[in-house]
Design a binder for this molecule. Structure first.
Ligand code: FAD
Length: 317
């Protein structure tokens, strides 16, 4: 599939439901891309075909209870003991963490202090996953809190291409553009629902679309949707040419999730009281975009990535 085709699929999944989009983002994005980009030939052959058909479920465990935006400072440790690694620590927000057959787990090597990636297979003793309940967003996909206690992972399950956090960041830069496409899907859904609603809803004896202010609001929403589409199209083109940079992907993620939030908020208001009813879907998109705005790096973190690139100065800390 071309990058634009894959992006369109991601857009459509999120246009339907953010939880489905997020599930695919974890499976086909974070987990599969980690193995595809950083795994050995044997690891790729063993895991990727099953993951591509979703016969095998994957997860990506980077975030910790005390390290989200600064996951570069993660505290989960990996200590080599002969032919195995002993891993201890905690992870939070791990999509598919309770159900995955293979978890791409990131931990700090106690010998050299570098972040390394490990493939943890289902049923490994020392792996405890608890579902995070009480979410108001992305309610039909599960994330887990992981506790890792003397978890033993054989050396052949270490990702050979993951030598430092820079390699982890390469995976995240690659998946960030999918989040931009997903945000576009939420904005398109909200815009279309609002337009259809305003066509049939009557107030003051006229349908809402006959009011100039309503038309103006719909047109501004459409203009934002079009600008998001153009950014996504350009992402696809650059990916095709192998020219997509971290900075461009960060701008796209930052811009599209922020703009999607605005478009959805307008749609929510245009539906009046019905805008808060789940039957009309906009409120679900509104709740879902909040998580998407946060995960794979918040708007602020994307801003800091771009700011560092254009000024040459890191303002992270
Ligand atoms: P924090 O890092 O605590 O940020 C809180 C606030 O502080 C934010 O507004 C942030 O922008 C701001 N902030 C932080 N640092 C700075 C700074 N230097 N300057 C200014 N402001 C700053 N992780 C995984 O590893 N795997 C997954 O599958 C996964 N799935 C997720 C699914 C969902 C639904 C959610 C909500 C999260 C998921 N995550 C996952 C974790 C996600 O990537 C983090 O939540 C995200 O990176 C933010 O980290 P945090 O929640 O710890 O917030």
């Amino acid at each position: 599939m071309s990058p634009v085709a894959a992006g369109l699929v991601h857009m459509e999944l999120n246009r339907g439901d953010g939880s489905i989009g997020t599930f695919v983002g974890v499976q086909a994005g974070l987990a599969m891309q980690s193995i595809a980009m950083l795994g050995s030939a044997e690891q790729k052959q063993r895991w990727l075909p099953g993951m591509a058909t979703v016969a095998t479920l994957g997860a990506f465990a980077l975030t910790e209870p005390t390290h989200g935006s600064d996951s570069v400072a993660l505290e989960t440790t990996a200590t080599r003991d002969g032919d195995t690694w002993v891993i201890n620590g905690e992870k939070k927000w791990i999509g598919n963490g309770t159900v995955a057959d293979v978890v791409v787990l990131w931990a700090r090597d106690t010998a050299d202090g570098q972040i390394k990636g490990f493939l943890v297979e289902k049923g490994t003793p020392g792996y405890l996953a608890e579902r995070i309940d009480g979410k108001g967003s992305l309610r039909s996909v599960w994330q887990a809190h992981l506790t890792l206690t003397d978890l033993r992972v054989p050396e052949p399950n270490r990702l050979p291409g993951a030598r430092s956090f820079k390699d982890t960041a390469r995976v995240l830069a690659g998946t960030r553009n999918a989040v931009a496409w997903g945000a576009l899907g939420h904005a398109v859904a909200a815009y279309e629902i609002a337009l259809a609603y305003c066509r049939q809803r009557e107030q003051f004896g006229r349908t809402l679309v006959t009011f100039q202010i309503v038309q103006s609001r719909l047109v501004k929403m459409l203009a934002e949707v079009c600008s998001m589409q153009l950014i996504c199209r350009q992402l696809g083109r650059l990916q095709n040419e192998g020219a997509l940079t971290d900075t461009i992907a960060a701008i796209a993620k930052m811009n599209n999730t922020s703009k999607a939030r605005q478009v959805i908020a307008e749609a929510r208001d245009l539906l009046g009281g019905n805008g808060i009813l789940l039957d009309y879907h906009v409120i679900r998109h509104m709740a879902d975009i909040e998580a998407i705005h946060t995960y794979e790096g918040t708007e602020t973190i994307q801003t800091l990535i771009v700011g560092r690139d254009i000024t040459g100065v890191s303002a992270f800390a």
